[in-house]
Design a binder for this molecule. Structure first.
Ligand code: ATP
Ligand code: MG
Length: 461
């Protein structure tokens, strides 16, 4: 964007800074027509409304916004009444999803001084199955749930100025008025954007106490935008980070996906470790990679792999990510059990149940991801053994499990050429015999012997 002229932006005695077209440099072509029409419909109906949040920030940075959010003086029921294809979502903070064309525009009512955080709707995903459900509005001021990790406060609607003060970071608190083609800044958003600084609106420690998820959002935006986190916020994270343990597991799951599967996973992971947040989110993994640093490579390789796939517009699945994130503690536990004499398959099941059981206390893993995650793990043993190749190849989980096998090798595990073996097989080539079977000149289908009992596989743990 263009820097504001030295005379500074227009500013009323008490009002926000206003940046006109010459200063903000937002290109109208970058704005979704659907979002614009939502803003305009609200205005025509006599309400105040703006584009807000991440979309304004990204437009100012010259990045294509991921989605468009609208903030308005209209209450949820009024918004809902105005748009035929809309539904009210959220039990605690009602917002309205307006469907326009193929897009969903999230319309939120200005929040007042005492309204709580901005998370969309953790409770509706508590079942672990994702989709928010539409609900009937009961009252304007809904109660705040106790297990959200936030202070209990009333949900109160307010003015646009108040709404700006409830936003998490100054760069996320900018409002765009498309009719006047003006950006409104109630704090220091535009200046912070220019200095690429992520600054919390208000007192960082207080805002993190209100909603600890803001700490992970800080990490997310720092990685995504390549911004520096303001030193006051960094200090507050160090003091408040443990509050993250109190955040509802379902909400955490949503945040983790946004955090790690948004194209900057590897960098985000480094920041999470740096700010000592990773150890709170995935304590067993943090512990396992402290003991076996090789396992850290697996996590970073998985994240790098996801980042690359996202950059190439390929799909990524949370199952694969969680398989990698929880592999280090799972394999460690499994090896311990095998060491105690348990057969590998039983040990894997038990280890998986232990590790997943502990992890879901902190971060929900919906069944639709937990099941394929376990299958990816279960497959590893079979892929290493190279038995019944045709049957495995046609299994729906083969691809993910094979990718995971390659990842383990990439991370430095010696799997006796298993990855290459499967690569050749898929290419229709005759796979080379595994090193170990070549040694004893056994056929490719080398049978593993049960004995010696207690001999754990070397999984790099
Ligand atoms: P992205 O481009 O990644 O979606 P975003 O800034 O749009 O980033 P959202 O999670 O979509 O992030 O939230 C939209 C806006 O709502 C934010 O820009 C911010 O103003 C506000 N917001 C979201 N979560 C919070 C929170 N926990 N506390 C305060 N404000 C929040
Ligand atoms: Mg957004």
């Amino acid at each position: 964007m263009n820097p504001p002229p030295s005379s500074g932006p227009l500013r009323d005695a008490t009002g926000p800074r206003r940046y006109g077209a010459r200063e903000h440099g937002i290109s109208p072509t970058g704005i979704s027509q659907d979002a614009l029409s939502v803003v305009r419909s609200l205005r025509s109906a006599g309400f105040e409304s703006y584009l807000v949040g991440g979309c304004v920030r990204d437009l100012l940075l010259g990045r294509p916004p991921k989605d468009f959010d609208v903030s308005t003086s209209a209450h949820p029921a009024e918004v809902h009444a105005l748009f035929r294809r809309s539904r009210i979502v959220g039990r605690r903070f009602q917002i309205v999803h307006v469907r326009s064309g193929r897009e969903i525009i999230e319309v939120s009512t200005f929040r007042g001084h005492h309204s709580p955080g901005f998370d969309s709707d953790p409770e509706t995903v508590e079942s672990g199955e994702g989709d928010e459900e539409a609900i009937e509005i009961s009252s304007q001021n809904s109660a705040v749930c106790a297990n959200s990790g936030m202070l209990l406060r009333d949900n109160v609607f307010g003015t646009v100025e108040e709404d700006a003060l409830r936003r998490d970071f100054t760069v996320n608190g900018l409002y765009y008025d498309p009719d006047a083609d003006i950006v409104l800044d109630f704090s220091t958003g535009v200046a912070d954007l220019e200095s690429r600084l992520l600054r919390v609106v208000g007192d960082p420690a207080q805002r993190f106490q209100e909603d600890p998820v803001r700490m992970i959002r800080a990490i997310r935006f720092a990685a995504k935008l390549d911004f520096l986190i303001d030193p006051f916020a960094v200090a507050a994270i160090a003091r408040c980070r443990q509050l993250l343990e109190g955040v509802a597991a379902a909400r955490m799951f949503e945040e983790i996906l946004k955090l790690l599967l948004a194209g900057k996973g590897e960098k985000t992971f480094a920041l999470l470790e740096h700010h000592r947040i990773f150890e709170l989110l995935f304590p067993a993994t943090a512990d396992a990679i402290r003991r076996a640093p090789l396992q850290r490579n697996l996590v970073t390789a998985a994240l790098r792999n996801s980042d690359e796939r996202i950059a190439n517009d390929k799909t990524v699945t949370p199952a694969f990510l969680f398989a990698a994130l929880l592999w280090p503690p799972m394999i460690r536990r499994m090896q311990m059990l095998v060491g105690k004499g348990e057969p590998p398959v039983a040990a894997l099941h038990e280890a998986a149940a232990n590790v997943v059981g502990a992890q879901v206390q902190l971060i929900t893993i919906p069944r639709r991801f937990a099941t394929p995650m376990r299958e990816i793990w279960e497959f590893q043993h079979r892929l290493e053994a190279r038995r019944s190749p045709q049957r495995l190849l046609s299994h729906p989980r083969f691809r993910a499990a094979y990718d995971f096998l390659l990842l383990r090798e990439q991370a430095g595990e010696d799997l006796d050429g298993a990855g290459h073996w499967w690569t050749q097989l898929q290419a229709g080539e005759e796979p080379a015999a595994p090193r170990s079977s070549a040694e004893d000149s056994a056929p490719v289908r080398r049978r593993r012997r049960r004995k010696p009992r207690g001999g754990a596989r070397s999984d790099g743990g």
